[in-house]
Design a protein around this ligand. Sequence first.
Ligand code: FMN
Length: 183
Amino acid sequence: MMYKEVVGSEAMGYLATKPTMIITTLHESGIVNAGVFGAYTNLSPTQVGIAISKSSDTYRNIMRAGEFVINVPGADLVEKIRILADNIPADRSELDEAGLTAKPGINISTPSIAECVAVAEFSFDKEVPIGFHNFVIGRIQGGWIKHEFLDSDGKIDIFKAKVFRDFKYPAPLYVLPGEVIEG
Ligand SMILES: Cc1cc2nc3c(=O)[nH]c(=O)nc-3n(C[C@H](O)[C@H](O)[C@H](O)COP(=O)(O)O)c2cc1C
């Protein structure tokens, strides 16, 4: 099996370096929605916080369904980001538009994206009202990582996985992990 599936907080290690990620959620119809997000951080060993626009489908779906998946793409998916970040009507799946495959959830009902390198599944915990964006806090339930991208410490190997971060958003420019220095 190419995926290592986990229950609980181990999957937080797959978000190391907080790369640009894709959140999948479920529309009321059961169609899978996918949106792109970069403004997030870990808040505790089991919680993540994300600044999410209140006008996004992602926000509405999390508030209704109470769960979401953070999917970590490798550099081979960078061109899909533009499609996923588009405002696609709720009766069409961004995954289909981008030619990506839904993989059934492990610990929650929301599917993940099979082409990503790793994913972390969350249940909605609480939100902090900010303004245009709200700060949405999720609690880890589990996730999966492809064996080839697992580092010896149980976290993601960001170099092998070729994760990337947005560099000059909204320009479609991204950076890959670079030099490592020891402190
Ligand atoms: C690289 C990148 C990073 C983004 N980061 C965020 C973010 O942190 N928060 C946010 O609300 N929107 C962010 N966006 C914009 C959303 O992707 C966009 O609003 C999208 O339409 C949301 O999808 P949805 O309506 O299907 O939820 C980002 C877009 C890109 C391309």
